[in-house]
Design a protein around this ligand. Structure first.
Ligand code: ADP
Ligand code: ZN
Length: 526
């Protein structure tokens, strides 16, 4: 064992009170202690903090930690002070006198760790101050904030490459729980960390049971899920819009489940109060937009439910990863349906900016839809997205109750030819509901009004239920074999891919929900 081996293990045991390192921690720490740069990808709760805290203590000088999570700095610093580590932070919540004291302490070598918000770090004053002290290392936390494609993008992160220019000999470590190869490459490039060693931990969370159900009456389904499996448990429910957050929280409360809302439209005091109640009390359910969660470390969250489709697999992984940090069984439950696909495809089409941006959003959505529609193990699909291969997990819905795959080619042809005929013969486009009525031969007022009973496709799909047709439509949309019309109100149009299906050149295998579950979902929705 080298001297630093001893030094880092001693620090772990004597300062932090732990017996041994976890996963790659030791290798990462040694690499930094010896002056190397590192890029660390580790799931939340994996133990990233020690990877820079220990080298900062072992090396000469102060470790400078860049973090966007201003609200958590005080807690982090307090925890370190309690362990006897000389830690401090600089951010906009301080008065100038306190900030001055921190600056003095740094310059006179009295700090082991200094946490700084990125916008603060980049000021001339702060950079000047840093050059007047000894820096042990730079740690760039939440490094995925440098990615313009993620929802945590912080423009200041792009300017952090200045650190390598000004301090070429100070080791740097970038850390994130966001794991795709693309994001990893982006981080390395933008932070000028091209020579850094990569440490990639396993992203599997075996204690989380992943489940994706077909959405019908989603609030009722959610309630039934909580009542049946998580009564009295602490959980998070994610929604896409603020209105839906409010509405869902009220609904749960009116059914005896203590739920709090959280979204960016609430004032800061309410948000802070709800967050701190969620962290401190037992058994609360937080109903939130994705504004909630980054940096939240609550070990006993027993379930994370999504009642709207997440926009990307990465987001879904991050959000569900907040369940079961303590390693005990937890559930990730997602309800998803036809309207989610329609709505999100439309939102992407309507989003401003360059085409390449929309294409990237489209690809992210496609990956998420692939996960929803897969007949393979959910966890396999999820980890595949992060380039990690595993055996079928035995703890997801498709492993536990394998869905059947069925040949939906003929059904798909029926729908596509209905769309085709309406457009060619009548110059009309309709949404999902009306199309299904045509196929099932239902004589509604609207059918009569448009004389759609005279179409040759009228009634050719009476063999399948409305629910089954919705499933077919959803899967066609998921595979871009049908598109949501740009101008329309969710009306449907053919795509380039539709042609091959209509000509009989493609076979389509669809997912059929297991019978048992479909029945349970129906009864719970009453
Ligand atoms: P991350 O930043 O990756 O989300 P943290 O650094 O906050 O994770 O660590 C998560 C938890 O694991 C913390 O409570 C931390 O004290 C604990 N921990 C980290 N490393 C070890 C270790 N080697 N032994 C025991 N506990 C550890
Ligand atoms: Zn599985």
């Amino acid at each position: 064992m080298s001297l630093s081996d001893n030094a880092s293990l001693d620090t772990l045991q004597q300062v932090f009170g732990y017996d041994s390192f976890r996963g790659d921690q030791h290798a990462i720490i040694e690499h930094l202690v010896h002056g190397g740069d590192a890029l660390v990808l580790m799931p939340t709760g994996g133990g990233k903090s020690l990877c820079y805290q220990i080298p900062a203590l072992v090396r000469k000088g102060c470790g400078v930690v860049v973090s966007p999570l201003i609200a958590l700095m005080q807690d982090q610093v307090d925890a370190l002070l309690e362990l006897g580590v000389r830690a401090a932070f600089l951010n906009s919540t301080q008065d100038w006198r306190t900030a001055r004291e921190v600056e003095q302490a740094f310059m006179s070598g009295q700090l082991d760790l200094l946490y700084v918000a990125p916008e603060r770090l980049l000021t001339d004053r702060c950079l000047d101050m840093l050059s007047q002290g000894t820096i042990a290392l730079f740690a760039i936390d939440e490094a995925h904030c440098v990615s313009q494609w993620g929802h945590d993008f912080r423009p200041e992160y792009l300017e952090l490459s200045i650190l390598s220019e000004r301090w070429p000999n100070v080791p740097r470590i970038a850390l994130t729980a966001t794991a795709t190869t693309v994001t990893r490459r982006e981080i390395a490039q933008r932070l000028n960390l091209t020579g850094a060693q990569h440490f990639v931990a396993s992203f599997d969370r075996p204690n989380i049971n992943y489940r994706i159900v077909e959405k019908n009456e989603v609030k009722r389904q959610l309630l039934a899920f909580i009542q049946a499996e998580h009564q009295g448990d602490c959980g998070i429910v994610y929604c896409l819009s603020r209105a839906r957050v409010e509405d869902t929280a009220k609904f749960l409360c009116s059914h005896g489940i203590e739920a709090l809302p959280y979204h960016a439209g609430l004032n800061a005091a309410t948000r802070a109060a709800n967050q701190s109640r969620f962290l401190r009390e037992d058994g609360l359910v937080m109903v939130a937009t994705i504004a909630f969660g980054m940096g939240i470390d609550k070990p006993d969250v027993r379930f994370v439910a999504h009642i709207d489709l997440p926009k990307s697999v990465e987001g879904y992984y991050q959000e569900t990863g907040r369940a079961g940090r303590d390693g005990e069984p937890a559930t990730a439950w997602l309800a998803y349906g036809l309207q989610d696909v329609v709505q999100q495809r439309r939102m992407i089409d309507e989003s401003p900016g360059e085409e390449i941006f929309r294409r990237r959003l489209g690809a992210q959505l496609d990956a998420m839809l692939g996960l929803c529609e897969t007949v393979a193990c959910r966890r396999q699909r999820l980890l595949e997205y992060f380039d990690q291969a595993i055996e079928p997990c035995g703890n997801c819905d498709t492993c536990l109750e394998p869905p059947e795959a069925w040949d939906g080619t003929v059904a798909a042809q029926k729908i596509l030819s209905a769309v085709y005929r309406l457009w060619r013969e009548r110059g009309q486009r309709f949404g999902a509901g009306h199309l299904i009525d045509i196929l099932r031969g239902k004589l509604t007022d609207r059918i009569k009004q448009y004389d759609h009973e005279s179409l040759t496709v009228f009634g050719i799909g009476a063999d399948l239920s409305e629910q089954a047709w919705r499933g077919v439509l959803r899967q066609l949309l998921a595979q871009s074999l049908l598109a949501v019309d740009h101008e329309g109100y969710g009306t449907l149009a053919l795509t380039d891919g539709s042609r091959a299906v209509l000509k009989g050149e493609a076979t389509l295998m669809f997912r059929r929900e297991p019978e048992k579950k479909a029945r349970a979902d129906r009864s719970s929705s009453r």
